[in-house]
Design a binder for this molecule. Structure first.
Ligand SMILES: [Cu+2]
Length: 70
């Protein structure tokens, strides 16, 4: 299991939170996804043998949010 936090500067409200959490939680291999609106971060825990970080980033970007380089 891999745990990481992504910076997503465009997160601003509950709608952002639900669209990102919804899209990422649909991916198989995701154990936990939590968007922190104030910090503009996405906290993740996932099975890295089932899922790559790129796939998660693509799911977030697919919702219209850019993931900042960490
Ligand atoms: Cu929003």
């Amino acid at each position: 299991m891999t745990t990481t936090t992504l910076n997503v500067p465009d997160i601003s409200c509950g709608h952002c939170k639900s669209s990102i959490e919804g899209a990422v939680s649909e991916l198989s291999g995701v154990d936990k996804v939590e968007v922190h609106i104030d910090a503009k971060t996405v906290e993740l825990s996932f099975d890295d043998s089932a899922l790559s970080m790129d796939t998660i980033v693509e799911a977030i970007e697919g919702q219209g949010y850019e993931v900042a380089a960490s």
